[in-house]
Design a protein around this ligand. Sequence first.
Ligand SMILES: O=C(O)CCC(=O)C(=O)O
Ligand SMILES: [Fe+2]
Length: 263
Amino acid sequence: MAAQFTEQHKKDFIDNGICLIENVLSSEQIAHIKQTVKSLALHEQEKGSAHFYDDVAAAQRIWNLINKADIFRQLIQLPVILDTMNWIFDRDTVHQKFYLSSFQAHILYPGAQKMKLHIDTPVPEPLPDWVIKANTLWVLDEFTDNNGATEYIPGSHKWKHKPKQEDQNREDVISAKAPVGSVLITHGALWHRGGANTSDKSRTCLLGSFAASYAREIANEENYSEVFDKSHLAGASDNLLAILGLEHGIRPGSQTAPPESNS
Ligand SMILES: O=C(O)CCC(=O)C(=O)O
Ligand SMILES: [Fe+2]
């Protein structure tokens, strides 16, 4: 039977800010996804558009997966994922409650350093009672204690503030243990980070991030990326461009076409 979002998942999410949904992916799907991610990673390296965001090129992001292979368009709308997000973002509205914020692959090659402890909700403090963002982490290599498994502090999504410099060395950070084919769901206010990969193999996961639909409605009541006529670009001042934000959402490599074999 396909994986379900259960009462236990809801309880874990409420109490700890995280829950683990097992057996979302079959072994055939996992093999296909891993192969696809690997070919995209190499392709973007060859094209010179790969997004390495650390100094040692050990952590690579592949953005805009939605554009890059059909399998990603299928995954992100699996019933278990939509059920989960409908519950997390539930409120009294007849409109769509959430949108996909980004869908990327995150490869930690051997030698990747641990990230800074952070939250995924970029808003000022105190954080609100309502959820603005939630993440899905798709485990393609088993999360172990030395390959860069996601680390977090259970219950920290209730703290209403973000980690500071002095929090970076806290000892109550634990590693998520997660088998291949599972999906971790995290609350956008959970304190977490990617761990250090001290193993000799890479750790790959997908990160599918969702946000409450009101966040987009507020910043983008008129969607200028769509409705602004590009013929006005030539005469546009820096101030006009700054308030339109047309460059928003274009990440390194996100517009790189996938290899032909991917479609
Ligand atoms: O890859 C991970 O384990 C976590 C990544 C993460 O926290 C992020 O990209 O915001
Ligand atoms: Fe994060």
